[in-house]
Design a protein around this ligand. Structure first.
Ligand code: MN
Length: 326
């Protein structure tokens, strides 16, 4: 679920005091965004923000929990539409029931990838199950490139086996890392993986030098190419690096999510749950949703009404683009 508010955070730049050949890592901090629902579960959003729209085709990073659902009410997102993107659900704990207009009915569980492709249009609902006591995970979006953004709806489920390295355990849910490749189709070159870093460990991973990377810290204190990151922060490293070194100096394990991809050069227009290329794309999609068009289909089995779209802004919705690297 997206929203329409403004973002105000600016990155701090790390490792610059070290000079020399140390890669520059930008540190992006999260802002808290209420998701809606009865007791307004809050998520920590690190993408998009003013200073960065995309990392590869990754365009949306929401991080939440660990939340006691007795306090937050858990997740209850009524049927809502998407265009032009894929959603990636990845949990650390808890369980979410997914229903979509393709007819998919799936349980999202820790360590299991659920990848939904909206293509031209899909709708879905997400509700944490009554078995869930603690909800903790990430919700990610991937922008579809122009030539595939009107593709058909799709839903894929994949459980990566853990890859055990000296000092890290890796689960590759999209792309290739640590000798493992996820057999899941993406529309641009992408990487998505969870890593658990052992206490007092340093792990150097071979990565694609054509990729830019984002490292979201879930728990622990981690250094990404020498730059310290705190929980909920996102480290950004640009292209041109064929290794990535992660360090955990603490006495307890740390958990991170590593995302990457080739820079996505197209300008996108993001509004609510839609990714298009123009203001007109957004207006058309909103109208289709409000008119219950076949474009988005119907979600069976959700107890409640679909979400209405918010009002459009009076101004033309501007494209988002990444700033030039400094
Ligand atoms: Mn959604």
């Amino acid at each position: 679920m997206s929203d329409v508010e403004k973002d105000l955070t600016e990155p701090r730049c790390g490792a610059s005091d070290q000079g020399g050949q140390v890669p520059q890592v930008d540190v992006l901090s999260a802002r808290d965004v209420p998701l809606g629902g009865p007791r307004a579960m809050t998520v920590r959003r690190t993408l998009p923000q003013r200073s960065r729209t995309l990392i590869g085709a990754w365009c949306f990073i929401d991080h939440y929990g660990p939340d006691d659902v007795a306090d937050t009410g858990g997740m209850d997102v009524a049927p809502h539409p998407h265009i032009g993107l894929q959603t990636v659900s990845w949990l650390f704990s808890g369980e979410i029931e997914h229903r979509d207009s393709l007819g998919s009915h799936a349980l999202v569980r820790p360590g299991e990838l659920n990848l939904m492709t909206s293509g031209y249009g899909i709708s879905h609902s997400e509700v944490s199950t009554t078995r869930t006591t603690t909800l903790h995970g990430v919700q990610l979006w991937v922008a579809l490139p122009e030539e595939h953004r009107h593709t058909g709806r799709d839903f894929q489920h994949y459980v990566p086996g853990p890859v055990r390295l000296d000092g890290a355990e890796v689960r590759v849910f999209l792309g290739t890392l640590a000798g493992d490749t996820a057999p899941v189709r993406t529309f641009t070159p992408l990487l998505g993986a969870e890593l658990v870093l052992a206490p007092h460990s340093t792990t150097t991973l071979a990565v694609d030098a054509g990729f830019e990377h984002g490292l979201l810290v879930d728990s622990g204190e981690v250094r990404m190419a020498g730059t310290s990151l705190h929980p909920a922060e996102l480290g950004y490293l640009g292209t041109g690096n064929d290794t990535l070194t992660l360090t955990n100096d603490a006495d307890i394990a740390a958990r991170v999510v590593l995302l990457g991809g080739t820079p996505f050069e197209e300008q996108i227009v993001m509004w609510w749950n839609f990714i298009g290329r123009s203001h007109e794309d957004i207006v058309e999609a909103r109208k289709a949703w409000q008119n219950a068009s076949d474009r988005f289909g119907e979600v069976d089995g959700y107890d409640g009404d679909p979400l209405p779209a918010p009002a459009l802004p009076n101004a033309t919705i501007a494209p988002r683009k990444n700033p030039t690297r400094h």
